[in-house]
Design a protein around this ligand. Structure first.
Ligand SMILES: *[C@@H]1O[C@H](CO)[C@@H](O)[C@H](O)[C@H]1NC(C)=O
Ligand SMILES: *[C@@H]1O[C@H](CO)[C@@H](O)[C@H](O)[C@H]1NC(C)=O
Ligand SMILES: *[C@@H]1O[C@H](CO)[C@@H](O)[C@H](O)[C@H]1NC(C)=O
Ligand SMILES: *[C@@H]1O[C@H](CO)[C@@H](O)[C@H](O)[C@H]1NC(C)=O
Ligand SMILES: *[C@@H]1O[C@H](CO)[C@@H](O)[C@H](O)[C@H]1NC(C)=O
Ligand SMILES: *[C@@H]1O[C@H](CO)[C@@H](O)[C@H](O)[C@H]1NC(C)=O
Ligand SMILES: *[C@@H]1O[C@H](CO)[C@@H](O)[C@H](O)[C@H]1NC(C)=O
Ligand SMILES: *[C@@H]1O[C@H](CO)[C@@H](O)[C@H](O)[C@H]1NC(C)=O
Ligand SMILES: *[C@@H]1O[C@H](CO)[C@@H](O)[C@H](O)[C@H]1NC(C)=O
Ligand SMILES: *[C@@H]1O[C@H](CO)[C@@H](O)[C@H](O)[C@H]1NC(C)=O
Ligand SMILES: *[C@@H]1O[C@H](CO)[C@@H](O)[C@H](O)[C@H]1NC(C)=O
Ligand SMILES: *[C@@H]1O[C@H](CO)[C@@H](O)[C@H](O)[C@H]1NC(C)=O
Length: 519
């Protein structure tokens, strides 16, 4: 398992206006920029990535990058290095960041991130890899499918999340402050006139987010252990959280738990972003886990059918944490199952220990927020399906979905397998398939590459995805938008499919309906 660490807190960013000519320290007017969040330093087992400033902060001459020619000017002609760049979001991409880093002329970056700005529909930004979770996935060593050679899932992925920038980078949000930096600082003192650079005094920014950690997670953690007695403040934090799961009819440990008697219905709970506390997460994962929660609620209303039918399979609703970084949530559950200690508190509650042979099927809700015309896809793993029996079971699951859709009598909803056999998209299911052949499907709105242009980024918001609340939204948030209706329809289909899988019966399934209120 990979070892991810993050370190320390951020400190505020300050813009200095130097009104005196010559020395920097005389008569500085300080202006605190408060609406910011920092990119911070992180570690894995072998590397340090992310951002940090010098101990006292990095000071650079402010230059506003409104279009590409502004950046070219700084890198080629600008005489006042080091610079601190204020960048429009569309210029903050991998190509430019690498050029900036290699130039050695830039000391820090501020990326504009206005709350209500509309980005052009061609704009895409995902700091994750173009092949997310590649190294810890199922196909890492597969000659046919490794490195997304068959499908590049996240075409927008630029991998910035995993770069070591070697300078502080902030997102700046407050429009008043952005205007201030552009007009009162850049335009007033620094903006070249007809390409000719300005002379002193110049306006500078001090970007300060010094992070103490160093080298790799092992080094950072052992230093934390040494320091903790002297200074209670943490030097390095390990990433961690809790998976959440529940069974409809847990079997006690004095009874027998039949083979293939549990259907896992799963979604992920996490996402990440380059900047602290900007984890918008709409399509990945919020829509996914709301869909699963709404389906669970609908099943809950008819759960007696499943609980009282001795032959019915159980459904284990499961929400994984930490999947975006090397599948740490599903990886942990798989590890516990393998070592015979799952569920963790089985003794306290007298629940039967579970192993892979008890899992009948795996149904994962992937990214489902951006379906076009109600078209959804069921992804399955081609490698395990070389086993004919498993392939039959997967076909059966797809038929179960089609039975559910048929029962709904809606013309604009389709849930179908992919046109050609292809590897699974990034999914918790991969963690399980690494250890055991289990029949399962991943439900998604994309057949091949992601529809989401902002996967694991600050821009995966309702507005960023071209949807929004009506302007007359009531105070109590009780508002329905098209997305809520789409989720309700999909959750109904999902709940009915799970019910058919559990009971092997399509009778009376039309009474199972996800409630819009729950969505
Ligand atoms: C860049 O922006 C400036 C305005 O700040 C404008 O005058 C100039 O034409 C733009 N250049 C390009 C190539 O769009
Ligand atoms: C990065 O942004 C520049 C504009 O600043 C654009 O010309 C270039 O195509 C972008 N690169 C990528 C890989 O999107
Ligand atoms: C963004 O828009 C919402 C309503 O559409 C408004 O309440 C909010 O104040 C706006 N934020 C800014 C920074 O303008
Ligand atoms: C992906 O693999 C499938 C077979 O599993 C094959 O039919 C398809 O042509 C492959 N696509 C690419 C782009 O390699
Ligand atoms: C850590 O991250 C670096 C940079 O992304 C990568 O090259 C390296 O393989 C990663 N190491 C591990 C153990 O995941
Ligand atoms: C934006 O910044 C200004 C000036 O610092 C401040 O007065 C205002 O409260 C800030 N707005 C928000 C929404 O934080
Ligand atoms: C198993 O134990 C529970 C209480 O712990 C008891 O109610 C139940 O009857 C027992 N079942 C069997 C088969 O012994
Ligand atoms: C899984 O549990 C069953 C009993 O429920 C047992 O027969 C089987 O040996 C176990 N398998 C492993 C790999 O522990
Ligand atoms: C499909 O049609 C139903 C009405 O039958 C409507 O409520 C729903 O919004 C439509 N969904 C899509 C994705 O067009
Ligand atoms: C399906 O819907 C159509 C109109 O949308 C209706 O005429 C038909 O009776 C419905 N069928 C069932 C079985 O509910
Ligand atoms: C939300 O509004 C609908 C009517 O628009 C109403 O039926 C429902 O009870 C309301 N729910 C809540 C929680 O207020
Ligand atoms: C499911 O039901 C069908 C008949 O409707 C039956 O042929 C089949 O054997 C059943 N499958 C299981 C696993 O009980």
């Amino acid at each position: 398992m990979a070892d991810w660490r993050k370190c320390m807190l951020l400190l505020p960013l300050v813009v200095l206006i130097n009104t005196a000519s010559g020395t920097r320290v005389q008569k500085l007017i300080y202006f605190d920029v408060t609406g910011t969040s920092a990119c911070f330093r992180r570690f894995n087992g072998t590397h340090q990535i992310g951002c940090t400033s010098d101990l006292t902060g990095n000071v650079g001459v402010v230059h506003y990058i409104e279009n590409k020619s502004d950046l070219d000017w700084v890198l080629e002609a600008g005489p006042h290095q080091p610079y601190a760049l204020l960048m429009e979001p569309e210029h903050f991409n991998r190509t430019n960041v690498i050029a900036i880093k290699q130039s050695g002329k830039v000391n820090g970056i501020m990326v504009i991130n206005k709350e209500n700005s509309t980005l052009p529909s061609s704009f895409h930004f995902s700091p994750d890899q173009s092949c997310p979770n590649n190294v810890n996935g199922l196909y890492d060593k597969n000659s046919q499918y490794a490195d997304c050679s068959n499908v590049t899932w996240n075409t927008a992925g630029n991998g910035l999340m995993f770069m070591d920038f070697g300078m502080p980078i902030f997102s700046v949000q407050n429009e008043t402050e952005i205007d201030y930096i552009i007009h009162k600082c850049f335009a007033a003192f620094n903006k070249p006139i007809n390409g000719t650079p300005r002379e002193h005094p110049l306006c500078a920014a001090q970007l300060k987010d010094f992070m103490t950690g160093a080298k790799d997670s092992h080094t950072c953690l052992s230093r934390t252990k040494r320091i903790i007695n002297i200074n209670p403040e943490t030097y390095c934090d390990p990433l961690g959280d809790q998976n959440v799961y529940g069974l409809l009819k847990p079997v006690s440990n004095n009874e027998s738990l039949p083979q293939k008697s549990i259907i896992m219905a799963t979604a992920r709970l996490d996402s990440f972003g380059l900047f602290e506390a900007q984890y918008a997460e709409l399509e990945s994962p919020v829509v996914s886990f709301i869909t699963l929660l709404a389906a669970a609620e609908a099943i809950g209303r008819v759960k007696q059918d499943i609980v009282e039918d001795k032959n019915a399979k159980d459904i284990m609703f499961t929400f994984f944490q930490g999947e975006s970084l090397d599948y740490i949530g599903s990886g942990r559950m798989v590890y516990d199952i393998e070592t015979g200690v799952f569920p963790q508190n089985k003794d306290k509650y007298g629940i039967h220990v579970m192993n892979f042979s008890h899992i009948a099927h795996f149904v994962e809700v992937g990214q489902v927020g951006l379906a076009e015309g109600g078209a959804y896809y069921l992804h399955s793993d081609p490698v395990s399906q070389r086993d004919g029996q498993l392939a039959k079971e997967v076909t059966k699951l797809k038929i179960n979905f089609q039975e559910a859709v048929a029962s709904m009598n809606i013309t604009n909803l389709t849930i179908e397998g992919t046109a050609v056999p292809q590897p699974l998209p990034p999914a918790s299911f991969q963690s399980f398939l690494k250890k055991a052949n289990i029949s399962g499907v991943v439900l998604a709105d994309h057949e091949r590459e992601f529809k989401n242009r902002f996967y694991n980024s600050r821009l995966d918001t309702l507005k960023g995805q071209g949807m929004d609340w009506p302007s007359d939204r009531p105070e109590n948030f009780n508002t329905t938008i098209q997305l809520s209706r789409d989720i309700q329809i999909l959750a109904t289909a999902l709940a009915r499919s799970l019910y058919i899988m559990a009971t092997n019966s399509t009778q009376n399934i039309s009474r199972i309906n996800a409630a819009l209120d729950e969505v």
